[in-house]
Ligand binder design. Structure first.
Ligand SMILES: [Zn+2]
Length: 274
């Protein structure tokens, strides 16, 4: 599933393609994408909208139009967006939508599992919508170890579950949560409220380090994820613990173990994550 680094890589790749361009023609082939709204109606509403900015919040892509409206895209499990310059690349059974831009190029939305969503929001609707669903950006300066300490206080849930909570760290998913806890040398099953001040600071740093490395490597391609240019990411070659059961920890050599935490498969080093 695309997490913050994957969505950010797609955003950065599409920004020069989309900003300043007008949606000339929009085809949405899958009613699940715009549910409960009619795909044809949403497509018609999008025609003529000019893109002012392409932003990201958590795992959401935010297409801001000059009109003040916003197209909010969530890729969920297997969604991806690609800029197509070459018409010969056009046959794809998993293509759910295509936007023709006013320069003649296409942006195609592909989704094998079909959990992704496109939601057209009117001016003023974005912030309240996001405020109900996600917390702050982990890479923003607004996240400090002091503010995080207050949020974690008294929480008995395992650390891994709290790191996955989108209201605490918007955009962090299963891969980057495991990697972040390894960088922070913290055990995923520790009760979140038990962390001392130094450990909370290590957690903030670990999350940022894992996410920044993911962005640098253009995301992780395990199966479906591709950047906007169709290229695979490289982060899958950089995992310290994720998916590396029984392999030696790159820091201390102890074999990496797999457990379950927060309802998800979780990899960690029993030697150096306390
Ligand atoms: Zn280790």
């Amino acid at each position: 599933m695309p997490e913050l680094p994957e969505v950010e890589t797609i955003r950065a790749g599409l920004e020069p393609v989309l900003v300043g361009r007008t949606f000339e023609h929009v085809e949405i082939a899958d009613p699940r994408l715009t549910r409960p709204y009619e795909p044809r109606e949403v497509a018609a509403e999008l025609v003529g909208e000019k893109v002012e900015a392409l932003e990201r919040r958590g795992k959401y892509l935010v297409v801001r139009f000059e009109s003040g409206r916003v197209l909010l895209i969530h890729l969920r499990m297997t969604g991806s967006l690609q800029h197509l310059r070459d018409e010969s690349a056009s046959e794809d059974p998993y293509r759910r939508a295509v936007v023709r831009l006013d320069n003649g190029s296409d942006v195609a939305y592909r989704d094998v599992r079909r959990f992704g969503t496109w939601l057209l929001l009117e001016p003023g609707e974005l912030e309240p919508y996001l405020a109900e669903r996600i917390g702050g950006e982990p890479l923003s300066r607004a996240l400090t170890s002091r503010s995080l300490r207050e949020r974690l206080a008294r929480r008995r849930a395992p650390l891994k579950a709290v790191v996955l909570d989108q209201r605490v760290f918007a955009g962090v998913g299963n891969i980057y949560a495991d990697e972040a806890l390894w960088w922070a040398r913290l055990h995923p099953l520790r009760p979140a409220g038990d962390l001392g001040p130094d450990e909370v600071q290590a957690l903030v740093r670990g999350i940022r380090r894992a996410l920044r490395l993911g962005i640098e490597r253009q995301g992780a391609t395990l199966r479906d994820y591709r950047g906007a240019d169709g290229a695979e990411g490289g982060m899958q070659n950089e995992f310290r613990v994720y998916g590396r059961e029984d392999e030696p920890c790159p820091r201390c050599g102890t074999p990496i173990e797999k457990t379950r935490a927060g309802g998800r498969g979780t990899w960690y080093c029993p030697g150096c994550q306390r």
